[in-house]
Design a protein around this ligand. Structure first.
Ligand code: CA
Ligand code: CA
Length: 172
């Protein structure tokens, strides 16, 4: 990977977190991600699943801030993201997985619209698009997550893929 590609990948990852596009990652980005998912799946914020999603989002933000908000201003800038999140998490992807897991678990529960304990691949595509992913990318990612080719996605597959996506960025 050359340095231009490295920069491009970092920019994509930063943009995925910076949901409102104001140039830094903060608590509002995490709560807006939760709100978008709840809207997509017609789930009330006050419902049990809605509350679980918001508390997962808050835990994710706290974990991210603990790792990357070096100056403690409750904002993760792009340079804090590159210096803190990407570098440190690359050394310890399991830590990132555990920070993200409650949010991802709650998101899968919200996307499981009929509540049968199975989150379908098509629901994961919708979730990714609700969070701003390109439709083609969403289909590709959701299918890749469906390891057993059964039309469903497991929590472990999502957590592992998420940690991989945000931590495996190697400069050239
Ligand atoms: Ca933001
Ligand atoms: Ca900061």
């Amino acid at each position: 990977m050359d340095s231009a590609e490295y920069e491009r990948k970092i920019a994509h990852r930063f943009a995925a977190f910076d949901q409102d596009g104001n140039g830094y990652i903060d608590r509002a980005d995490f709560s807006s991600a939760a709100a978008r998912l709840l809207t997509e799946f017609s789930t009330a914020a006050r419902s049990e699943r809605g509350q679980a999603l918001y508390s997962g989002a808050e835990a994710f933000w706290q974990g991210m801030a603990g790792i990357a908000d070096v100056d403690g201003d409750q904002r993760v800038t792009r340079s804090e993201f590159v210096g803190g999140a990407v570098k440190r998490l690359r050394d310890n992807p399991e830590r990132f997985a555990e920070i993200a897991r409650p949010f991802l678990r709650a998101a899968l529960a919200v996307a499981d619209e009929d509540g049968d304990g199975v989150t379908e691949t098509t629901a994961v595509e919708r979730a990714l698009q609700a969070l701003g992913a390109d439709p083609h990318v969403s289909v590709f990612v959701a299918e890749a997550l469906d390891e057993g080719r059964e039309g469903r996605v497991s929590e472990d597959a999502v957590v592992a893929a998420f940690a991989r996506y945000f931590t495996v960025v190697e400069p050239g």
